[in-house]
Design a protein around this ligand. Structure first.
Ligand code: ADP
Ligand code: MG
Ligand code: MG
Ligand code: MG
Length: 399
């Protein structure tokens, strides 16, 4: 067993070569590090025929901050194991892991070079009808098959223990639920929206609801979540989408994955006036996003409900009124987490390109304030928004 060391390109190349048949014995390989994420190294290894694979390695600290922010490399194990499990339940939309080395905290996986990152595609105004149905499929299958509707007592307990993920959960606890609602040094707040950001620090009604959502995040192990399903964790092309980057995976509330994804579509929605030049392009994009959110929820709920009715053994959980209430609660939770995502991507540590690349500072501030306003309304009113049409109406009436 090789001891942990931070890969050079050369070492990443050897790792890929050693664990894949794809490259052939004497082929000429090259490797470049091109990760743009916050935490890890990502190498592309290519042979002389253009065949390529990805090597992702966890560093013992957060890449975006440096060694002053130590972070367990066990996250690579979590990522590999979540991706493999999710691939069992939804192989078509989960990136394929080819090899995982625990000592090196390194994952060898398929290269999705024929795809674009969803966030980039959304910012370019590229529209795909299959986005929502495919991701709904991913969410329904991965979340249902890892939930109590399928796992029985001891298997469930073992699964929860396998994915406790304390380090990365703490990042979410802090960055997603805590920092935006207080004057924390990790926050990044553009000066033009400082009054609106500051209002969050004194909004005790909002803080009470965020505390409820955080309590559920901490203590509602419903299913094995992806845990970081923003639009930078999704690859898309004209035929398909695939999910990557599951290092935040743990047993948590199902509404968290659904809500973070919806939140990211809504961030693009509020950013649209700053991203697109003409009013026609803006309204087209916004219409597209609302349609996708509608389909995402509808298809998710239909698929999950179908699975509840056909694939559950426990007679208690076969009760149809229970099943409907369960899904209704997932919806309420998802709206709340979508609201949190809108807020934390606007004033927290980790911003997103949808808003950041708006070059006119005043225009960006208008969009950012919309993100905060919408986020707040969704969190506060989530219990009253009892259908997907009620949610979409609320979005349109709010921003
Ligand atoms: P982090 O955990 O640091 O955020 P990611 O898994 O999100 O790392 O990967 C960072 C970047 O590396 C992605 O935005 C993408 O550009 C590239 N990348 C990661 N995995 C793949 C893959 N399987 N195929 C192609 N590119 C990838
Ligand atoms: Mg990432
Ligand atoms: Mg990324
Ligand atoms: Mg990541």
């Amino acid at each position: 067993m090789t001891a942990y060391q931070i890969f050079t390109s050369e070492q990443a190349m050897r790792f890929a070569d050693e664990h894949s048949e794809l490259f052939g014995e004497h082929s000429k390989l090259s490797a470049t590090e091109f990760g743009d994420g916050n935490l890890n190294l990502v190498f592309r290894v290519v042979n002389d025929k253009g065949t390529s694979l990805i090597v992702k390695q966890a560093l013992p600290y957060a890449r975006c901050v440096g060694e002053s922010w130590p972070l367990s490399t066990d996250r690579a194990r979590i990522e590999a194991e979540v991706l493999k499990l999710h691939a069992r339940f939804c192989p078509e939309h989960t990136v394929e892991v080819l090899h995982f080395d625990r000592a090196l905290s390194a994952i060898l996986m398929e290269d999705l070079k024929q795809y674009d990152i969803l966030r980039t595609a959304l910012i370019k105004g590229k529209q795909f009808a299959h986005l929502a149905p495919q991701l709904a499929n991913y969410l329904a299958n991965t979340l249902f098959y890892t939930s109590d509707f399928v796992l029985t007592g001891p298997a469930k307990k073992a699964a929860v223990a396998q994915f406790t993920n304390p380090d990365l959960c703490l990042i979410t606890e802090d960055l997603f639920f805590t920092d935006p609602y207080c004057n924390h040094e990790r926050n990044t707040i553009h000066s033009l929206i400082l009054p609106s950001a500051r209002a969050l620090w004194y909004d005790t009604d909002l803080q009470a609801e965020v505390a409820m959502l955080k309590a559920d995040f901490l203590s509602k192990p419903q299913a094995l979540l992806h845990g970081d399903l923003h639009s930078g964790s999704i690859f898309i092309n004209n035929e398909n989408c695939k999910v990557i980057d599951a290092e935040f995976g743990f047993y948590g509330p199902i509404g968290f994955d659904v809500g973070v994804l919806i939140g990211n579509l809504l961030i693009n929605y509020v950013a649209s006036p700053g991203v697109f030049k003409t009013p026609e392009e803006q309204s087209q994009q916004q219409h597209y996003l609302l349609t996708q959110i509608h389909t995402l929820w509808q298809h998710f709920a239909d698929t999950f409900s179908q699975l509840q009715q056909t694939a559950t053994q426990d007679p208690t959980l076969q009760n149809s009124r229970y099943q409907q209430r369960f899904l209704q609660q997932v919806f309420t939770d998802a709206i709340g987490y979508a609201g949190c995502e809108l807020i934390r991507r606007t004033v927290g540590l980790a911003h997103v390109a949808d808003l950041e690349r708006i070059s006119d500072a005043k225009q960006r501030a208008v969009c950012e304030i919309h993100a905060l306003t919408l986020g707040r309304v969704l969190i506060l009113e989530r219990a009253q928004l009892d259908s997907i049409t009620a949610l979409l109406d609320k979005v349109q009436r709010t921003v």
